[in-house]
Write a protein that binds this ligand. Structure first.
Ligand code: AMP
Ligand code: ZN
Length: 138
């Protein structure tokens, strides 16, 4: 499955070049062209799915079976002290390319890549209500 105007499908098919990091039958990994840190890598399924929850189980399995290996190599090569693995889904969450992808972002202390994590505390009873609502939809 591919989408003719999708930039990542074009990379998968070789119509657009990339700095390839890893490839198997189902998965491709390549350097992000506008990195937030050196070695910033994208891991994508070769088949076109827009969002994580739309991927069949076997596609998610194929990504998860190589993700750790790719992360290890990226982080070691970058000499990073840590990393984020990030999957943006939907415009509200910052997804700009509508082909599901996992960012691997090498991190170091004080690198200012993500400066704000807007955590707060639930008011009494709210966490229980939200958990119940989610469980009812599983
Ligand atoms: P997101 O905001 O999660 O959809 O991220 C999309 C990412 O794709 C951005 O970090 C872009 O820099 C990256 N990107 C877009 N076009 C290309 C391309 N041709 N090659 C590599 N990375 C790309
Ligand atoms: Zn695509």
């Amino acid at each position: 499955m591919s989408s003719s105007d999708c930039i990542f499908c074009k990379i998968v098919s070789g119509r657009v070049p990339c700095n390839k990091i890893y490839e198997d039958e189902q998965v491709l990994a390549f350097l992000d062209v506008r990195p937030v840190s050196d070695g910033h890598t994208l891991v994508v399924p070769k088949a076109h799915f827009e969002k994580l929850h739309q991927c069949p189980q076997e596609v998610l399995s194929s990504i998860s079976s190589c993700l750790g290996k790719i992360v290890q190599a990226v982080v070691a090569a970058a000499g990073a002290a840590g990393y984020n693995v990030l999957c943006n889904n939907g415009r509200a969450a910052g997804q700009l390319v509508d082909h599901v992808h996992f960012h691997i972002i090498p991190r170091n202390e004080g690198d200012n890549v993500f400066t704000h994590w807007p955590a707060y505390e639930y008011e009494s009873g709210r966490a229980d209500a939200i958990a119940e609502k989610i469980c009812a939809r599983l």
